[in-house]
Design a protein around this ligand. Structure first.
Ligand SMILES: [Zn+2]
Length: 226
C-alpha cells in the first residue's frame, strides 16, 4: 500500500516508503525481511488440479499423461504432436490418414479405400478398406465391411449386424452379438452370444459359444510360445 500524507508541518507531500505495516506479515530487520510470528497465515495461491488422463502415444507406444481436456498434446517421451480429436469420416473425404487419441466413426453409407487409421475407439458401419489400429474397442454395426488389417484391444459385433472383416481382425477379446464373417484372432477369448454368428476361422485359447450362438469355421488354438 502506498500512502501519501499531508503533514501539518509543511505544505508539501511526503511520500512514505512502500510498506504495509501490521498486515504484511514481515518485519524489516537488519536489511532482511523475516516472517512476523504473530502475523496471520498467508494464504498460498490455491492451485487448480488439472484432471489428467493416461494415453498411449501412437508414435512411440509409451504410456503418458496429458490434461484430460487437451485438444492436442505433445508426447513427453518422443515429443510427437498428438491429436485428440474425435473424427467422423464423411463420404468422399480425402482424410484417409488419421492419427488421433480420440475416437473415429465411420457412418453407414461411407465407402472409402486406402484408409490408414490409428485411434482409440472405432465405430464402424460403412464399407472401407485399409488398415485400422484401435487402442480401445472396434465396434461393428449394420453392414460394416472392412478389408485390411484390423488390430484392436476389443471387438464388439453389435446385435443385428452383418459385418465382414477380410482377411480378419486381431484383438485381445471379442464379443459377437451379431453376424461376423472373417478370421478372428483373439489372444484372450471370444464370446459368441445368443443370436451371434461367427463365420470364419477362430483362433483363441478360450471360445465360449452360448446356446443360440454359432461358430462356423475352423477353431484354432494360438501357439502359446508366440
Ligand atoms: Zn511418443
Amino acid at each position: 500500500m502506498i500512502e501519501a500524507r499531508m503533514t501539518s508541518a509543511d505544505s508539501g507531500f511526503i511520500t512514505r516508503p512502500l510498506e504495509a505495516p501490521g498486515f504484511s506479515g514481515y518485519l524489516a530487520q537488519g536489511g532482511h525481511r523475516r516472517r512476523d510470528p504473530l502475523a496471520p497465515p498467508v494464504e498460498r495461491e490455491s492451485r487448480v488440479a488439472v484432471p489428467m488422463r493416461e494415453i498411449v502415444c501412437y508414435e512411440c507406444g509409451k504410456t503418458c499423461s496429458i490434461p484430460a481436456a487437451a485438444l492436442s498434446a505433445a508426447c513427453p517421451n518422443c515429443f510427437a504432436h498428438l491429436n485428440t480429436d474425435n473424427i467422423t469420416l464423411k463420404p468422399g473425404t480425402h482424410r484417409l490418414h488419421v492419427r488421433t487419441l480420440g475416437n473415429v466413426k465411420i457412418p453407414a453409407g461411407v465407402e472409402l479405400s486406402g484408409l490408414d487409421i490409428v485411434c482409440h475407439h472405432l465405430h464402424g458401419a460403412g464399407r472401407v478398406a485399409g488398415n485400422i489400429r484401435a487402442t480401445g474397442t472396434i465396434t461393428l454395426v449394420g453392414h460394416a465391411t472392412v478389408g485390411g488389417n484390423l488390430i484392436a484391444d476389443e471387438l464388439i459385433v453389435q446385435r443385428g449386424a452383418k459385418a465382414e472383416v477380410q482377411p480378419g481382425i486381431s484383438v485381445e477379446h471379442a464379443d459377437v452379438h451379431g453376424a461376423l464373417s472373417g478370421r478372428v484372432y483373439a489372444r484372450d477369448s471370444v464370446h459368441i452370444y445368443p443370436g451371434g454368428k461367427l463365420n470364419g476361422p477362430c483362433c483363441t485359447p478360450y471360445l465360449q459359444v452360448d446356446s443360440g450362438g454359432r461358430h462356423i469355421g475352423i477353431r484354432e488354438i494360438p501357439d502359446s510360445s508366440s
